[in-house]
Each structure stands twice: as structure tokens, then as C-alpha cells.
Design a protein around this ligand. Structure first.
Ligand code: PMP
Ligand code: GLU
Length: 379
């Protein structure tokens, strides 16, 4: 634990909540969390489950109806040849992530991660006693990855590669060509691939999300992570899952049996309904798309700021060239002068220098105010 950091995104979110509770007038763009309410049918299903006394332990891997629904979803929407025994339902995707890392990495192993990246990857790897190997991508090339970049960082100790597409924080959505390069690389170096697909439903401008586990040769070495936090606005419910081969799932299940036991029973019942809320998910996506244009285009028009349009997820990740300030200095300056809570790009590791992340899963009026205030302080 001495090697791991806390989660900067979780800590900043708490800071924003605290400041507002204390009556300090700030707008928070720190948390990556939908501002939408959970769809009504999901809430109704949970209430009904509680009424029916579905309030006991379930099997550690999750209820059979939910695992079957997840298998159907993965087959129909992702082209993954998923099986029930490969699914483990977890309280949020984060435990699935940590279970996978703790299960397959140990001291002496290296895990490669494309950066800027979700900070819990690094902490998880360090908690497992393994070494974190960043593969820094560059802002100027749109955070695209090449085979050469991966080859430069691989070693005989490399055991796992973690990929997140659509990416938190950069918004990059891997192209088919990038997916193919990564797949070849993973096969050639005999790696496990942890594919975090939690933002899969949030892709824009006609882009498409591809799942690594749909590639037959990779099937047995990919652990797919996903959940309902983003797609169904269910962050507080805690519902995620891992999908892998039954062999890998058997190992990860021991983590769940000895720590969380199972995911809340009525949350699982409600989740079965959530997978059918495709209309609601699409309405949210269209709303995020409008907000993306508002914030990204608005910020990009400020001379000191370069803000490309996010290709997916719900974060604006932009560079500010202002008096040589670092990303931490910029975040402090923005909080002090514009009263906006944002995340410094370096919280996501190398490649985030001079960058800021702002969530646009926030109401339009707040986004408009943010653009105006940033325009004033960086004029
Ligand atoms: N992966 C990424 C990239 C995320 O942004 C999040 C959201 N915090 C998670 C995993 C975990 O999501 P949750 O535990 O809320 O399902
Ligand atoms: N996904 C969110 C974020 O990146 C929530 C915080 C977290 O899970 O670390 O802000």
C-alpha cells in the first residue's frame, strides 16, 4: 500500500462535494459521473426486488439471470463468444479491475499501460507488487498508439497490457488499425490484455467501438471490464463485471469470494432491466454529444487553449499554454480565479503535462459558465 497512490479523481470529487457543503461557490467538473437519473424501469425493478425479499447473498459470481443477460449482451452487441462461467458480477467495474490485477500480477511482473490513463490502473499494479510501465502517448498526435511505441516498452517481464477505449481521460477511441496492431502485439509477446470498455456506449461522430475479445485468437487472453455506471447512469448502485475465459474467471472468483462475497442482490435484479434501457442510453449519448460540442469548441476558441473534440467518453482533455504553468499550477489557478474544480492532466500520468480534464457530464449552464470564465482568465 505504501507504493500505491490514492485515487486523485475520487479525492477531487470529494473535495468538490465538501467545498459546496461548506457553502463555497464553485462549479465541479472533477467527477466522471453522469448527471442523469437512473432510468425509471431500473429503479422500479430494484424496489420490487426488495419487496420480494431478494435481500440475501447471491452466488459469488452473480445471479444466473444476470450472468445470462450479460452473456447475451456480449454476444449481440460486442461479438464476443461469451459464456456464463466466464462472467463475474462485481460491485462496480473497479473491483473487477483490481481483482484481475491482483489475480494475475505479482512481484517481478510488469504491466504496460497507455498513458494518460485512469489512475487506479497504476495503483492496482503497485498494490499487487508488480511494476507499472507507462507507454506515454502524445497530445499532438491525438493520443494514438503505434506498434513501435509498444515494442519500445515491452520486456521479458511484461505480463499484462491495460487498454481503455473509449479512453478516460483523453477521449480517444481506438481505430480498427490500432486494435489490430495491439492484438498482434499481445499475441506475439504472450500477454494478458485487460480491456476496460466502460465507456463503450459513448462514441461520437460515427465512430465504432470494437471489443478485443471478439478477435478469436485473443479470446482466451482478454479480460473485458464493463458495467452500468456510465451506460445507465448507475454509479452509486455499484454494478460492474468481468468477462473472460472460465479458466481466468475461476482464479478471479477467489478474490471475490474472500473479499466482497457478492454484489448486492437487488442491484443485480435491477441490472437485468438496465441492459434493456438502450433508448435511455442513446438519449444520454446524444445529450453528451451536444455538451461536448459546447465545451470543446468553446474552449478551443480561446487562444491559449487547444481542445480537440472528444471522440468518446465524457471528458474534455485540453492543453493550456499559459505562462509556462504546469498542469497542477493550472488546476490551482483555475480553482482560485475561476472557481472551477478541474483535474490536472498529470493525475493521469505521463502525456498529461500542461493538460486539464473537465467532465462534460454536467449541465449545459455550468459548461457555458466554465467556457466564459476560462475565456476571461486566459485572455
Ligand atoms: N474504468 C474507468 C476508465 C472509469 O472511468 C471508471 C469510472 N470511475 C471505472 C473503470 C470504474 O467504474 P465503476 O467502478 O463506477 O463501475
Ligand atoms: N470515472 C470517474 C473519474 O474518472 C470516477 C472516479 C474514479 O472512479 O476514479 O472521474
Amino acid at each position: 500500500m505504501k507504493r500505491a497512490g490514492g485515487s486523485p479523481t475520487v479525492a477531487l470529487n470529494a473535495k468538490g462535494i465538501r467545498m459546496r457543503e461548506e457553502g463555497i461557490d464553485i462549479l465541479s467538473f472533477a467527477a466522471g459521473e453522469p448527471d442523469f437519473d437512473t432510468p425509471e424501469p431500473v429503479k422500479a425493478a430494484a424496489i420490487e426486488a426488495i419487496r420480494q425479499n431478494r435481500t440475501h447473498y447471491t452466488s459469488a459470481a452473480g445471479t444466473l439471470p444476470l450472468r445470462r443477460r450479460i452473456v447475451r449482451k456480449l454476444r449481440e452487441e460486442n461479438g464476443i463468444d461469451a459464456v456464463e462461467d466466464g462472467i463475474i458480477v462485481t460491485p462496480g467495474a473497479k473491483p473487477a479491475l483490481i481483482h484481475a490485477i491482483m489475480s494475475f500480477l505479482e512481484e517481478g511482473d510488469e504491466c504496460m499501460v497507455l498513458t494518460p490513463a485512469y489512475p487506479s490502473y497504476r495503483s492496482g499494479i503497485l498494490m499487487a507488487g508488480a511494476d507499472f510501465v507507462p507507454v506515454p502517448l502524445s497530445f499532438d498526435s491525438g493520443f494514438t498508439v503505434t506498434r513501435g511505441m509498444l515494442e519500445e516498452k515491452v520486456s521479458p517481464r511484461s505480463k499484462m497490457l491495460i487498454i481503455c477505449s473509449p479512453c478516460n481521460p483523453t477521449g480517444h477511441v481506438l481505430t480498427e488499425a490500432e486494435i489490430r496492431d495491439i492484438a498482434d502485439f499481445v499475441l506475439e509477446h504472450d500477454l494478458l490484455l485487460l480491456s476496460d470498455e466502460i465507456y463503450e456506449k459513448l462514441v461520437y461522430d460515427g465512430r465504432q467501438h470494437y471489443s478485443f475479445a471478439a478477435i478469436p485468437e485473443l479470446r482466451d487472453r482478454v479480460i473485458t471490464l464493463n458495467g452500468l455506471s456510465k451506460s445507465a447512469a448507475m454509479t452509486g448502485w455499484r454494478l460492474g463485471y468481468s468477462a473472460s475465459s472460465p479458466e481466468l474467471a475461476r482464479v478471479m472468483l477467489k478474490m471475490q469470494q474472500n473479499t466482497l462475497n457478492c454484489t448486492a442482490s437487488f442491484t443485480q435484479d435491477a441490472a437485468v432491466t438496465a441492459f434493456d434501457c438502450t433508448k435511455e442510453t442513446e438519449a444520454m449519448r446524444l445529450s453528451y454529444l451536444k455538451r461536448r460540442d459546447l465545451i470543446c469548441d468553446g474552449l478551443d476558441a480561446i487562444p491559449a487553449i487547444t481542445c480537440p473534440r472528444a471522440e468518446g467518453a465524457f471528458y474534455a482533455f485540453f492543453r493550456i499554454d499559459w505562462k509556462g504553468m504546469s498542469s497542477e499550477e493550472l488546476a490551482d489557478y483555475i480553482l482560485e480565479k475561476a472557481r472551477l474544480l478541474v483535474v490536472p492532466g498529470t493525475a493521469f500520468g505521463e502525456g498529461g503535462e500542461k493538460c486539464i480534464r473537465m467532465s462534460f457530464a454536467t449541465d449545459t449552464a455550468s459548461l457555458q459558465t466554465a467556457v466564459e470564465r476560462l475565456g476571461q482568465i486566459f485572455a
